[in-house]
Design a binder for this molecule. Structure first.
Ligand SMILES: NC(=O)C1=CN([C@@H]2O[C@H](COP(=O)(O)OP(=O)(O)OC[C@H]3O[C@@H](n4cnc5c(N)ncnc54)[C@H](OP(=O)(O)O)[C@@H]3O)[C@@H](O)[C@H]2O)[C@@H](O)CC1
Ligand SMILES: Nc1ncnc2c1ncn2[C@@H]1O[C@H](COP(=O)(O)OP(=O)(O)O)[C@@H](O)[C@H]1O
Ligand SMILES: [K+]
Length: 536
């Protein structure tokens, strides 16, 4: 095998360098199927026939050996398309490296034929002396292999797998072996990350050429395992296909972290006003306010919607109770509205839409918006870059009047559509949160885990985001780009919220939201003059 470098590992964080190339935002690009195909066509046009697939097979074999160096027997399950072709090419290298290869190839369904490259790979495998098992059963001994390589289906998934393909996917999952998926776990839609049929659950996925958004959001994060990428030598190709989305990973947010210079004063950290906490739900507003405080907002005001609600927070006496916010205060603050707001928040929304300098709408404020198109129209009248909404998938479904399933099947598209309809930056929450601003490429966040699946962690995020935005509002703005500050504030808060949850609960045990609120931060791990260290 040639001494090429290993493919690069994309996750878990910290992201290793040399994954593709970062763009002008310091970000890794993601490509949906249409642009991935276009990129593949560009690459094929400038290379010798079959060179790209041969290189893909080599990358798969090299990664397999690096991940499981002591594997003696490798089961490779191939489909009839080019994903299977990559698997067949890998088989040749693994056999040359002295491994026993159990090679399975599914026949094309009636009416389909294998593409030329895949047919050539089949011929090359036979010429190399490999035995190809073409029945619907797994090859004899497959269950005892040390590693299985899933090369059944990649970007060509066009419908839910069924019949022999579904059986092959289930056989891989049932075997419980270490599993390396080629390009995508078979059955995972690359654009959406939400399988509708059976899908391989991989330990590792080697993405070839481009990275699919579906690897990073929805169910994709669980099904793909650890993600590696090999751009197959195309980084220097002219005019690479522009990306459809970007990864909001640790490296990409580094440049957004504001320093706290020695001469900082509370007026230059910005003010946050939290309005929420109707009867019995005061905790939600308190969590948001605490997170805003701990994250470093200069002053935090809390207006509880329940007149009997807590006036002060004994844990944080610095929190300012506000009995009736006036328009001056609204015009100065980042207003976080809706956490535990019940229907009491509805009456506030017209005034907030008119006067709030910066407005973060969460929870019940979003339900109110979904129920009243006049409120939506008011939101539209706000200047560009003045509103952020933070729906979880069900709230997004209500706002768009789509079934929940439709939201989850294409989270990128749903977030983009919401951004357009609400004239706002959107944080579509859940595993692999999507951050979208109107007319811009959306971001998929890489941090966070099931530790966040607890009541109140969204309230914490809303307050954290409020502090993040208030701080950015005191920094020099870009007049040519009105969406920049709110989008960056959302990206930073979403990433750090997830990162802190991972740090506080590495095993993903449920994390009480009050603990997370106490860990809210907007800073890089330590000040530069004290050197690197754990996140403070
Ligand atoms: N060309 C190259 O050099 C390179 C190629 N690369 C590799 O190519 C992969 C994409 O290959 P691909 O387009 O051939 O599609 P693939 O995922 O193998 O599927 C095969 C066919 O299956 C079918 N099908 C779909 N759904 C089905 C279902 N439910 N049940 C049954 N059948 C179903 C559908 O055909 P249909 O039946 O619709 O005619 C589809 O076309 C990509 O992921 C990467 O690994 C890269 O390494 C770069 C170099
Ligand atoms: N499984 C998960 N993986 C990653 N993030 C998650 C997961 N579950 C929840 N979260 C995050 O936790 C927060 C939950 O918000 P939300 O559903 O509004 O909760 P609540 O209304 O109880 O505060 C969001 O930031 C969401 O992205
Ligand atoms: K696959």
């Amino acid at each position: 095998m040639s001494p090429n470098a290993l493919p690069a590992r994309v996750l878990p964080e910290p992201v290793r360098e040399a994954i593709g190339r970062r763009d002008e935002h310091g970000a890794i690009g993601l490509h949906r199927a249409a642009s991935a195909r276009q990129r593949e066509r560009q690459a094929l046009a400038t290379r010798a026939p079959h060179a790209l697939m041969a290189r893909a097979g080599l990358a798969v074999a090299r990664l397999a050996l690096a991940l499981q160096p002591h594997a003696r027997t490798v089961w490779i399950a191939c489909g009839h398309g080019n994903n299977g072709g990559d698997g067949l090419e890998a088989a040749i290298h693994l056999q040359q490296a002295g491994r026993q290869v159990l090679l399975q190839l599914l026949e094309p369904p009636a009416g389909s034929t294998a593409p030329d490259d895949a047919r050539l790979a089949q011929q090359r495998a036979r010429d190399a002396g490999l035995v190809i098992h073409t029945g619907t059963q797994s090859p004899p001994g497959a269950g005892q292999a040390d590693l299985v390589i899933d090369a059944l289906l990649g970007r060509g998934l066009g419908r839910p797998a069924e019949g022999p393909l579904a059986a092959a996917i289930e056989a891989i999952n049932d075997a419980g072996l270490p599993t390396l998926a080629v390009d995508l776990p078979s059955g995972l839609p690359g654009d959406g990350g939400h399988p509708v049929g059976p899908c391989v659950r991989a330990d590792w996925t080697l993405a070839l050429l481009t990275l699919a958004p579906g690897l990073f959001t929805g169910a994709g994060r669980d099904l793909a395992g650890e993600i590696w990428q090999d751009p197959l030598g195309t980084l220097d190709d002219p005019q690479p296909m522009p990306a459809d989305a970007r990864l909001n990973d640790g490296r990409s947010i580094e440049r957004l972290m504001p320093l706290r210079p020695h001469a900082l004063h509370k007026g230059s950290s910005g003010d946050v006003l939290v309005i929420g906490g109707a009867r019995g739900m005061g905790g939600a507003a308190m969590l948001a306010a605490r997170a805003a405080l701990v994250a470093g907002a200069g002053r935090v005001h809390l207006h509880p919607l329940d007149p009997q609600g807590l006036a002060t927070d004994p844990l944080h006496p610095e929190l300012m109770h506000c009995s009736r916010p006036d328009s001056d205060l609204l015009a100065r603050c980042t207003v976080v509205a809706g956490c535990g707001g019940a229907t009491d928040i509805i009456g506030w929304l017209p005034e907030l839409s008119r006067h709030a300098a910066r407005l973060v709408l969460d929870a019940d404020a979003l339900n109110a918006l979904a129920a009243d198109s006049a409120l939506l129209a008011l939101l539209h009248q706000r200047e560009a870059g003045r509103t952020v909404i933070t729906p979880h998938p069900l709230e997004a479904a209500r706002l768009l009047r789509y079934p929940l399933e439709t939201i989850q099947q294409d989270r990128l598209a749903a977030a983009q559509e919401l951004a357009r309809r609400c004239h706002a930056v959107v944080v579509l929450k859940g595993s692999g949160s999507v951050i979208a601003a109107p007319g811009r490429l959306p971001w998929i966040n890489t941090s966070g885990s099931a530790a966040l699946a607890t009541a109140g962690s969204g309230d914490v995020l809303a307050g954290w985001l409020g502090a993040s935005w208030s701080r950015r509002a005191t920094l020099p703005a870009s007049p040519a780009d009105p969406w920049q500050a709110s989008e960056q504030a959302a990206r930073l808060a979403v990433h750090l919220h997830g990162q802190q949850a991972q740090r506080l609960s590495p095993d993903r045990a449920a994390l009480p939201a009050s603990r997370l609120a106490e860990a809210a931060c907007l800073l890089r791990p330590r000040h530069p003059d004290t050197g690197p260290g754990p996140i403070a």
